[in-house]
Design a protein around this ligand. Structure first.
Ligand code: RUB
Length: 306
C-alpha cells in the first residue's frame, strides 16, 4: 500500500482533514502521489495498487460520495486507457486528477457567485459545522461589500463550528457562537440558514453534519429559508439503485472519553434532512429544488450512473 494513501486515509479518519470537499481533494492528491511514487512495473500491478488505494480511501469515511465519485472517475480514466506503460498510466492519473480538481474549483466559484446574491445587507446568516463551500460563499458576499452577521453552532462533539467562527472573524464578520442546543433560541433572530452537504440522495434528501436535520426543522418552524450549498458531485448514484446512504458512526470517545462502564454512547456523524425542508440546493447549475438534483445529474454528469 502506497504510503501517501495510508497517511491520507488516516488523516481523513481522524478528522485532520475535514469537510466533504477537503476530504475529496486529499484523496485525489493521494492518488496523484501514488502514481508519482509507484513501484508497479506492469499495468496489472498498477491497477491493483489503484484498486487497493480506492478501498483504503473509501473506508476512511463512510458518508463521502464526492470523494468516492472523484476516485472512481479518476480510476475509470485509467481503465479506459489502452496504455500498457506504467509511466503513461501514471500520467493519466495525474491529468485526470487535475481535470477533476479544476472542475471542483470552478463549481466552488460558481456556487459562491450564485449563493452570495442571496445575502442581503443587514442579514443574519445561521450556519452549522464547518463547510468550506459555505464559508467561501460568505467570503465572496463580504468581498462584494455586503454587510451581514453570522450565527454559528459549536458543533458537538468535535467543534468544527470553531473553524467557521475563526474564519468569519478573520473576514471581519460579526459572529455569534452558540452551543448546538441553543439553535432554537436564535432561529427567530436570523434571516437565512445556509449549510453544506456531504451527500445528496436520489430522492433529494441531504446528508450533512449531525444536527442539520434538527436545524432544518427549526428553520421551518420559524419560517426561515433553509439552503444547502453543494457541488452536484456530492450526489450518491448508489441511492438511485436502492442503496441507503450509510451514516458514519464514530467513536463514542469523541462524545465522552471516560464514560461510565455499561453506558451506551452513540456518535453518528451525520443526519438526513428531508427534501421538503430545503428551500433550494445552491449548486454550480444554479439554485435548484432538491428533488431535481438527480435529473440535473443525468444531464451534467451522465458518467456517474455508469
Ligand atoms: C463536515 C460537514 C460539512 C460538509 C460540507 O463534517 O458536515 O458541512 O462536509 O463541507 P465533518 P464542504 O467535519 O465531519 O467532515 O462544503 O467543505 O464540502
Amino acid at each position: 500500500m502506497a504510503q501517501a494513501v495510508r497517511v491520507t486515509a488516516e488523516r481523513i479518519r481522524k478528522l485532520e482533514v475535514q469537510g466533504a470537499r477537503n476530504v475529496a481533494i486529499a484523496a485525489i492528491k493521494a492518488l496523484e502521489a501514488l502514481a508519482e511514487e509507484t513501484s508497479a512495473r506492469t499495468r496489472k500491478e498498477f491497477m491493483k495498487q489503484l484498486s487497493e488505494a480506492r478501498a483504503t480511501l473509501f473506508a476512511s469515511r463512510t458518508t463521502e460520495p464526492l470523494m468516492r465519485n472523484a476516485v472512481r472517475w479518476i480510476i475509470s480514466q485509467v481503465e479506459n486507457s489502452r496504455e500498457e506503460n506504467v509511466d503513461a498510466l501514471a500520467e493519466v492519473v495525474s491529468s485526470s486528477s487535475s481535470k477533476f480538481l479544476k472542475n471542483l474549483e470552478a463549481s466552488k466559484e460558481r456556487i459562491a457567485e450564485i449563493g452570495s446574491k442571496r445575502i442581503r445587507d443587514g442579514m443574519v446568516v445561521f450556519t452549522h459545522c464547518h463547510s468550506s463551500t459555505v464559508t467561501y460563499l460568505l467570503s465572496k458576499a463580504k468581498k462584494d461589500g455586503k454587510r451581514f452577521e453570522v450565527v454559528c453552532t459549536e458543533t458537538r462533539p468535535v467543534f468544527q463550528g470553531r473553524i467557521t467562527a475563526k474564519e468569519m472573524l478573520e473576514l471581519g464578520v460579526k459572529t455569534t457562537f452558540i452551543v448546538d442546543s441553543a439553535a432554537r433560541s436564535f432561529m427567530r433572530d436570523v434571516d437565512i440558514v445556509i449549510v453544506g452537504a456531504d451527500a445528496i440522495t436520489s430522492e433529494g434528501n441531504v446528508i450533512n453534519k449531525i444536527g442539520t436535520g434538527t436545524i432544518a426543522l427549526l428553520a421551518h418552524e420559524a419560517r426561515k429559508p433553509f439552503y444547502v450549498v453543494a457541488e452536484l458531485l456530492k450526489f450518491d448514484p448508489a441511492t438511485a439503485c436502492g442503496e441507503y446512504e450509510k451514516i458514519e458512526e464514530r467513536s463514542p470517545d469523541e462524545v465522552w472519553k471516560d464514560a461510565p462502564e455499561g453506558l451506551n454512547v452513540r456518535n453518528p456523524a451525520f443526519d438526513v434532512t428531508r427534501r421538503d425542508l430545503i428551500h433550494g440546493v445552491i449548486c454550480e447549475e444554479g439554485i435548484i429544488p432538491p428533488h431535481s438534483v438527480k435529473e440535473v445529474m443525468h444531464r451534467k454528469y451522465p458518467w456517474i450512473f455508469k
